[in-house]
Design a protein around this ligand. Structure first.
Ligand SMILES: Nc1ncnc2c1ncn2[C@@H]1O[C@H](COP(=O)(O)OP(=O)(O)O)[C@@H](O)[C@H]1O
Ligand SMILES: Cc1ncc(COP(=O)(O)OP(=O)(O)O)c(N)n1
Length: 266
């Protein structure tokens, strides 16, 4: 049976991040993709020019219309924009008891533009983190959620992940992409085990949407795999392949997108 996977996120007309990247990723993993949109974002490979938020009540309307009809096997949550939308999504997660929820706590785009209001970080921490099965913060997002300094050393990542778990989160994938270096290291703290996930760093400027792709691939794979660690490991491998395949693309002048491929996944 084909699994149904939902993304709740903002848009990217250039197709590199947000809902567009998530749907491509779901398809690449042999799942059926669906989307609830939280914000229309005028952005491309060079940055964000404007954000048009969807009213929170209409986010609720999209979710209820969809969830009253369709079974959902996994969910990826991305850009939420403000506290009202966070509240709306948290309420519907509770109401429908959705399974396999991956929360990417998106705050700032690579271009430096904010995708979550600063005053909404507390709402994200208090209302959504405890309802997620896995969160996937990058290092600046982890620091913001903890009200702490951003760490700069791979060796400190397990302790930072443990602090996030103590906020009441089931599982944490702490992403170390911002550290640079010859390998790209993430830490998974899940189900009683802490694991370093390492991949060779791909030398490319086409790295727009890496966080979106990783969280979407994890959700899709969790709908198909028996446990979180397997889903996360395969998702990271997929992302590295998509970063390598990005050299085939000519999209935009700035940070281009990664390339989603369908041939490896049956
Ligand atoms: N050039 C790269 N080569 C390989 N993996 C990368 C590269 N850039 C980022 N990654 C990986 O992409 C994922 C997301 O990266 P990160 O920059 O940490 O988060 P975000 O995209 O949310 O800011 C992480 O798994 C990170 O290790
Ligand atoms: C609509 C939308 N959602 C999320 C992001 C951030 O995506 P990410 O994968 O972290 O990629 P970069 O912005 O770092 O390239 C986004 N840009 N837009």
């Amino acid at each position: 049976m084909i699994r149904n996977v939902l993304t709740i996120a903002g848009t990217d007309p250039s197709g590199g991040a947000g809902v567009q990247a998530d749907l491509k990723t779901f398809s690449a993993h042999g799942t059926y993709g669906m989307s609830v949109i939280t914000a229309l974002v005028a952005q491309t490979t060079t940055g964000v020019s404007a954000v048009h938020e969807v009213p929170a009540g209409f986010v609720t309307e999209q979710l209820r219309t969809l969830l009253d009809d369709v079974r959902v096997d996994a969910v990826k949550i991305g850009m939420l924009s403000d506290a009202a939308i966070i509240g709306a999504v948290a309420a519907e997660l509770e109401r429908y008891r959705l399974p396999n929820v991956v929360l990417d706590p998106v705050m700032v785009a690579k271009s430096g533009d904010r995708l979550l209001a600063e005053e909404a970080v507390l709402a994200l921490r208090d209302e959504l983190l405890p309802r997620a099965d896995l969160i996937t913060p990058n290092l600046p997002e982890a620091a913001d959620l903890l009200g702490a300094e951003e760490i700069t050393d791979v060796a400190d990542m397990p302790a930072q992940a443990a602090r996030l778990r103590r906020l009441g989160v089931a599982r944490v994938l702490l992403k170390g992409g911002h550290l640079g270096g010859s390998s790209s290291v993430d830490v998974l703290d899940a189900d009683g085990a802490v694991e370093f996930l390492r991949e060779e760093r791909v030398d490319t400027k086409n790295d727009h949407g890496t966080g979106c792709t990783l969280s979407a691939a994890t959700a899709a794979l969790r709908a198909r795999r028996p446990d979180w660690a397997t889903a996360v490991r395969e998702a990271k491998e997929y992302l590295s392949g998509a970063l390598r395949a990005a050299e085939q693309l000519e999209v935009g002048q700035g940070h281009g997108p990664v390339h989603h491929f369908h041939d490896r996944w049956d």
